[in-house]
Design a protein around this ligand. Structure first.
Ligand SMILES: NC(=O)c1ccc[n+]([C@@H]2O[C@H](COP(=O)([O-])OP(=O)(O)OC[C@H]3O[C@@H](n4cnc5c(N)ncnc54)[C@H](O)[C@@H]3O)[C@@H](O)[C@H]2O)c1
Length: 292
Protein backbone atom coordinates (compact mmCIF):
# COMPACT_ATOMS: atom_id res chain seq x y z
CA UNK A 1 0.00 0.00 0.00
CA UNK A 2 1.31 3.45 -0.87
CA UNK A 3 2.36 5.55 2.15
CA UNK A 4 0.94 9.07 2.20
CA UNK A 5 2.64 12.07 3.80
CA UNK A 6 -0.05 12.03 6.46
CA UNK A 7 0.73 8.39 7.35
CA UNK A 8 4.43 9.09 7.60
CA UNK A 9 3.86 12.00 9.95
CA UNK A 10 1.58 9.84 12.07
CA UNK A 11 4.33 7.21 12.37
CA UNK A 12 7.54 9.05 11.82
CA UNK A 13 10.57 10.70 13.27
CA UNK A 14 10.45 14.31 14.44
CA UNK A 15 13.37 16.74 14.49
CA UNK A 16 13.47 19.74 16.80
CA UNK A 17 15.98 22.54 16.42
CA UNK A 18 16.53 24.56 19.60
CA UNK A 19 16.74 23.42 23.19
CA UNK A 20 15.37 26.40 25.08
CA UNK A 21 12.07 26.69 26.93
CA UNK A 22 10.04 25.62 23.92
CA UNK A 23 12.48 23.05 22.50
CA UNK A 24 12.28 21.04 25.72
CA UNK A 25 8.49 21.25 25.79
CA UNK A 26 8.17 20.22 22.14
CA UNK A 27 10.50 17.24 22.60
CA UNK A 28 8.45 16.09 25.58
CA UNK A 29 5.14 16.43 23.71
CA UNK A 30 6.36 14.59 20.60
CA UNK A 31 8.02 11.80 22.62
CA UNK A 32 4.88 11.38 24.72
CA UNK A 33 2.88 11.05 21.48
CA UNK A 34 5.12 8.11 20.50
CA UNK A 35 7.46 9.79 18.00
CA UNK A 36 11.19 9.19 17.83
CA UNK A 37 12.64 12.65 18.49
CA UNK A 38 16.02 14.11 17.54
CA UNK A 39 16.84 17.49 19.11
CA UNK A 40 19.62 19.69 17.77
CA UNK A 41 21.14 21.50 20.71
CA UNK A 42 24.24 23.65 20.24
CA UNK A 43 26.02 22.60 23.44
CA UNK A 44 26.24 19.49 25.65
CA UNK A 45 25.23 21.66 28.62
CA UNK A 46 21.95 22.73 27.03
CA UNK A 47 21.28 19.14 25.88
CA UNK A 48 21.71 17.96 29.49
CA UNK A 49 19.50 20.79 30.70
CA UNK A 50 16.81 19.82 28.16
CA UNK A 51 16.79 16.19 29.36
CA UNK A 52 16.60 17.40 32.98
CA UNK A 53 13.66 19.68 32.15
CA UNK A 54 11.78 16.87 30.39
CA UNK A 55 12.52 14.45 33.24
CA UNK A 56 11.27 16.91 35.88
CA UNK A 57 8.09 17.62 33.91
CA UNK A 58 7.30 13.92 33.37
CA UNK A 59 8.06 13.05 37.01
CA UNK A 60 5.66 15.81 38.07
CA UNK A 61 2.95 14.18 35.95
CA UNK A 62 3.65 10.79 37.56
CA UNK A 63 3.29 12.37 41.04
CA UNK A 64 -0.06 13.83 39.98
CA UNK A 65 -1.24 10.41 38.80
CA UNK A 66 -1.40 11.54 35.16
CA UNK A 67 1.28 9.11 33.94
CA UNK A 68 2.36 5.59 34.84
CA UNK A 69 5.66 5.06 36.69
CA UNK A 70 7.46 3.75 33.60
CA UNK A 71 6.34 6.55 31.27
CA UNK A 72 9.21 9.02 31.90
CA UNK A 73 11.87 6.41 31.06
CA UNK A 74 10.00 5.28 27.96
CA UNK A 75 9.54 8.84 26.70
CA UNK A 76 13.12 9.90 27.45
CA UNK A 77 14.38 6.82 25.59
CA UNK A 78 12.70 8.22 22.47
CA UNK A 79 14.58 11.56 22.72
CA UNK A 80 18.08 11.80 21.25
CA UNK A 81 20.15 14.98 21.33
CA UNK A 82 22.86 16.02 18.90
CA UNK A 83 24.88 19.12 18.04
CA UNK A 84 24.95 18.09 14.38
CA UNK A 85 22.05 19.30 12.25
CA UNK A 86 22.68 16.61 9.63
CA UNK A 87 21.48 14.00 12.16
CA UNK A 88 17.98 15.31 11.41
CA UNK A 89 18.35 13.99 7.84
CA UNK A 90 15.88 11.10 8.30
CA UNK A 91 13.16 13.14 10.00
CA UNK A 92 9.71 13.37 8.42
CA UNK A 93 8.84 16.58 10.22
CA UNK A 94 11.15 19.24 11.66
CA UNK A 95 10.09 21.95 14.10
CA UNK A 96 12.45 24.93 14.23
CA UNK A 97 12.34 26.54 17.67
CA UNK A 98 15.44 28.73 18.05
CA UNK A 99 15.72 32.33 19.20
CA UNK A 100 13.08 34.72 17.76
CA UNK A 101 15.44 36.34 15.23
CA UNK A 102 14.42 36.33 11.57
CA UNK A 103 17.94 36.25 10.13
CA UNK A 104 18.94 33.32 12.35
CA UNK A 105 15.78 31.42 11.34
CA UNK A 106 16.29 32.16 7.62
CA UNK A 107 19.86 30.82 7.70
CA UNK A 108 18.64 27.75 9.58
CA UNK A 109 15.93 27.03 6.99
CA UNK A 110 18.53 27.19 4.20
CA UNK A 111 20.66 24.70 6.11
CA UNK A 112 17.71 22.43 6.99
CA UNK A 113 16.68 22.35 3.34
CA UNK A 114 20.13 21.06 2.44
CA UNK A 115 20.33 18.35 5.11
CA UNK A 116 16.79 17.01 5.60
CA UNK A 117 15.28 14.47 3.15
CA UNK A 118 13.46 16.10 0.23
CA UNK A 119 9.91 15.02 1.12
CA UNK A 120 10.09 16.10 4.77
CA UNK A 121 7.98 18.95 6.10
CA UNK A 122 9.76 21.89 7.73
CA UNK A 123 7.85 23.95 10.30
CA UNK A 124 8.61 26.90 12.53
CA UNK A 125 7.49 27.64 16.07
CA UNK A 126 7.97 31.38 15.47
CA UNK A 127 5.63 33.57 17.48
CA UNK A 128 5.34 36.35 14.91
CA UNK A 129 7.52 36.22 11.82
CA UNK A 130 6.08 35.82 8.30
CA UNK A 131 6.36 32.09 7.65
CA UNK A 132 6.55 32.71 3.89
CA UNK A 133 9.94 34.39 4.40
CA UNK A 134 11.25 31.10 5.79
CA UNK A 135 9.47 28.99 3.16
CA UNK A 136 11.19 30.82 0.30
CA UNK A 137 14.63 30.09 1.77
CA UNK A 138 14.03 26.48 0.74
CA UNK A 139 13.56 24.52 -2.48
CA UNK A 140 10.32 23.11 -0.99
CA UNK A 141 8.16 26.15 -0.11
CA UNK A 142 5.02 24.02 -0.48
CA UNK A 143 6.27 21.82 2.41
CA UNK A 144 6.78 24.64 4.93
CA UNK A 145 4.29 26.03 7.43
CA UNK A 146 4.06 27.47 10.94
CA UNK A 147 3.41 25.18 13.91
CA UNK A 148 3.05 27.50 16.87
CA UNK A 149 2.85 25.80 20.25
CA UNK A 150 2.14 27.59 23.53
CA UNK A 151 4.13 27.70 26.74
CA UNK A 152 4.30 25.35 28.58
CA UNK A 153 3.93 23.09 25.54
CA UNK A 154 3.04 19.91 27.50
CA UNK A 155 0.16 21.73 29.21
CA UNK A 156 -1.32 24.13 26.66
CA UNK A 157 -3.77 22.53 24.24
CA UNK A 158 -3.67 25.10 21.46
CA UNK A 159 -1.47 24.88 18.38
CA UNK A 160 -1.73 27.53 15.66
CA UNK A 161 -1.06 26.07 12.22
CA UNK A 162 0.11 29.01 10.17
CA UNK A 163 -0.47 28.72 6.47
CA UNK A 164 1.80 30.76 4.21
CA UNK A 165 0.46 31.29 0.68
CA UNK A 166 3.10 28.83 -0.56
CA UNK A 167 1.97 25.82 1.56
CA UNK A 168 0.17 22.88 -0.04
CA UNK A 169 -3.07 21.40 1.33
CA UNK A 170 -1.18 18.12 1.95
CA UNK A 171 1.37 19.87 4.16
CA UNK A 172 -1.30 21.56 6.26
CA UNK A 173 -3.27 18.30 6.57
CA UNK A 174 -0.16 16.35 7.66
CA UNK A 175 0.79 18.95 10.24
CA UNK A 176 -2.77 19.01 11.55
CA UNK A 177 -2.64 15.20 11.94
CA UNK A 178 0.65 15.56 13.84
CA UNK A 179 -0.84 18.17 16.19
CA UNK A 180 -3.83 15.91 16.87
CA UNK A 181 -1.57 12.94 17.58
CA UNK A 182 0.17 15.19 20.12
CA UNK A 183 -3.26 15.63 21.81
CA UNK A 184 -3.45 19.30 20.76
CA UNK A 185 -6.35 21.32 19.40
CA UNK A 186 -5.07 22.96 16.22
CA UNK A 187 -6.52 26.09 14.63
CA UNK A 188 -5.54 27.25 11.15
CA UNK A 189 -4.41 30.86 10.80
CA UNK A 190 -3.31 33.04 7.90
CA UNK A 191 0.32 34.16 7.77
CA UNK A 192 -0.06 37.51 9.62
CA UNK A 193 2.32 38.70 12.34
CA UNK A 194 1.29 37.38 15.75
CA UNK A 195 -1.29 35.02 14.20
CA UNK A 196 -4.37 35.01 16.51
CA UNK A 197 -3.15 34.77 20.09
CA UNK A 198 -0.09 37.00 20.17
CA UNK A 199 -1.71 39.68 17.99
CA UNK A 200 -4.43 39.99 20.65
CA UNK A 201 -2.33 39.25 23.75
CA UNK A 202 0.68 41.51 23.30
CA UNK A 203 -1.10 44.90 23.31
CA UNK A 204 -2.45 43.84 26.72
CA UNK A 205 0.99 42.81 28.04
CA UNK A 206 2.64 45.94 26.64
CA UNK A 207 -0.04 48.20 28.12
CA UNK A 208 0.37 46.52 31.50
CA UNK A 209 4.02 47.61 31.52
CA UNK A 210 2.94 51.09 30.37
CA UNK A 211 0.50 51.17 33.32
CA UNK A 212 3.36 50.35 35.67
CA UNK A 213 5.47 53.11 34.08
CA UNK A 214 2.73 55.69 34.57
CA UNK A 215 2.26 54.67 38.21
CA UNK A 216 -1.31 53.43 37.99
CA UNK A 217 -0.55 50.51 40.33
CA UNK A 218 2.30 48.26 41.43
CA UNK A 219 3.06 45.21 39.30
CA UNK A 220 1.90 42.92 42.11
CA UNK A 221 -1.44 44.74 42.21
CA UNK A 222 -1.81 44.75 38.40
CA UNK A 223 -1.17 40.99 38.40
CA UNK A 224 -3.62 40.44 41.27
CA UNK A 225 -6.24 42.60 39.53
CA UNK A 226 -6.08 40.54 36.32
CA UNK A 227 -6.04 37.22 38.18
CA UNK A 228 -8.92 38.04 40.47
CA UNK A 229 -10.90 40.37 38.20
CA UNK A 230 -10.66 38.39 34.96
CA UNK A 231 -9.98 34.93 36.34
CA UNK A 232 -6.71 34.73 34.38
CA UNK A 233 -4.37 32.03 35.73
CA UNK A 234 -1.59 34.60 36.03
CA UNK A 235 -1.18 38.35 35.68
CA UNK A 236 0.66 40.14 32.83
CA UNK A 237 4.03 40.49 34.61
CA UNK A 238 4.14 36.83 35.61
CA UNK A 239 3.21 35.94 32.03
CA UNK A 240 5.91 38.18 30.52
CA UNK A 241 8.45 36.48 32.80
CA UNK A 242 7.20 33.06 31.69
CA UNK A 243 7.38 33.90 27.97
CA UNK A 244 10.79 35.58 28.32
CA UNK A 245 11.27 39.33 28.00
CA UNK A 246 13.65 39.02 25.02
CA UNK A 247 11.13 36.86 23.16
CA UNK A 248 8.34 39.28 24.16
CA UNK A 249 10.31 42.26 22.84
CA UNK A 250 11.00 40.49 19.53
CA UNK A 251 7.30 39.68 19.23
CA UNK A 252 6.27 43.31 19.84
CA UNK A 253 8.88 44.60 17.38
CA UNK A 254 7.67 42.20 14.68
CA UNK A 255 4.02 43.14 15.32
CA UNK A 256 4.86 46.85 15.19
CA UNK A 257 6.88 46.42 11.98
CA UNK A 258 3.89 44.75 10.32
CA UNK A 259 0.92 46.78 11.61
CA UNK A 260 2.38 50.13 12.83
CA UNK A 261 -0.20 50.13 15.63
CA UNK A 262 1.07 52.17 18.64
CA UNK A 263 -0.21 49.47 21.00
CA UNK A 264 2.53 47.24 19.58
CA UNK A 265 5.34 49.81 20.14
CA UNK A 266 7.33 48.23 22.99
CA UNK A 267 7.40 50.47 26.06
CA UNK A 268 10.88 51.61 27.20
CA UNK A 269 10.89 49.58 30.44
CA UNK A 270 10.68 46.33 28.51
CA UNK A 271 13.58 47.32 26.24
CA UNK A 272 15.72 48.41 29.22
CA UNK A 273 15.04 45.16 31.10
CA UNK A 274 16.18 43.13 28.10
CA UNK A 275 19.30 45.32 27.82
CA UNK A 276 19.99 44.58 31.51
CA UNK A 277 19.66 40.82 30.92
CA UNK A 278 16.54 40.51 33.07
CA UNK A 279 14.90 38.07 30.69
CA UNK A 280 12.42 36.42 33.06
CA UNK A 281 12.10 32.97 34.58
CA UNK A 282 14.71 31.38 32.31
CA UNK A 283 17.46 33.46 34.00
CA UNK A 284 15.61 33.57 37.36
CA UNK A 285 15.13 37.32 37.14
CA UNK A 286 12.63 39.41 35.21
CA UNK A 287 9.89 41.53 36.75
CA UNK A 288 10.04 39.04 39.63
CA UNK A 289 12.95 36.99 40.96
CA UNK A 290 12.76 33.19 41.10
CA UNK A 291 14.47 30.62 43.29
CA UNK A 292 14.58 27.95 40.56
N1 LIG B 1 8.70 31.43 25.23
C1 LIG B 1 7.46 31.28 24.83
O1 LIG B 1 6.51 31.49 25.58
C2 LIG B 1 7.18 30.87 23.39
C3 LIG B 1 5.90 30.37 23.07
C4 LIG B 1 5.65 29.94 21.76
C5 LIG B 1 6.64 30.05 20.79
N2 LIG B 1 7.87 30.56 21.14
C6 LIG B 1 8.88 30.64 20.08
O2 LIG B 1 9.76 29.53 20.22
C7 LIG B 1 11.07 29.88 19.73
C8 LIG B 1 12.08 29.59 20.83
O3 LIG B 1 11.73 30.35 21.99
P1 LIG B 1 12.17 29.91 23.47
O4 LIG B 1 11.21 30.58 24.39
O5 LIG B 1 12.37 28.45 23.52
O6 LIG B 1 13.58 30.68 23.59
P2 LIG B 1 14.83 30.37 24.53
O7 LIG B 1 15.53 31.68 24.71
O8 LIG B 1 14.43 29.59 25.73
O9 LIG B 1 15.70 29.38 23.62
C9 LIG B 1 16.26 29.81 22.40
C10 LIG B 1 17.03 28.67 21.74
O10 LIG B 1 17.63 29.20 20.54
C11 LIG B 1 19.01 28.85 20.54
N3 LIG B 1 19.74 29.89 19.81
C12 LIG B 1 20.03 31.14 20.24
N4 LIG B 1 20.73 31.80 19.28
C13 LIG B 1 20.87 30.92 18.26
C14 LIG B 1 21.53 30.99 17.00
N5 LIG B 1 22.15 32.11 16.61
N6 LIG B 1 21.49 29.90 16.19
C15 LIG B 1 20.84 28.76 16.57
N7 LIG B 1 20.21 28.64 17.77
C16 LIG B 1 20.24 29.70 18.58
C17 LIG B 1 19.41 28.78 22.01
O11 LIG B 1 20.59 28.02 22.16
C18 LIG B 1 18.17 28.10 22.60
O12 LIG B 1 18.24 26.70 22.36
C19 LIG B 1 10.99 31.36 19.33
O13 LIG B 1 10.74 31.44 17.96
C20 LIG B 1 9.79 31.86 20.12
O14 LIG B 1 9.17 32.98 19.52
C21 LIG B 1 8.17 30.95 22.41
Amino acid sequence: METTTEDRIALGRVGIVGSGIMGAGLAEVAAQAGYEVVVRSRSPASAACLRGTIRASLDRQVRRGLLDDGAPEASLARVRTTDDLSELAECDLVIESVVEDLDVKKALFRELDRVVQADAILTTNTSTFPVVELAVQTARPDQVCGLHFFNPAPVMRLVEIVRPITASDGTVAAVRAFARQCQKDPVEVADRAGFVVNALLFPYLNNAVRMLETGTASMEDIDAAMRNGCNFPMGPFALLDLVGLDTSLSILDALHAEFRDPNYAAVPTLRRMVAAGRLGRKVKRGFYTYER
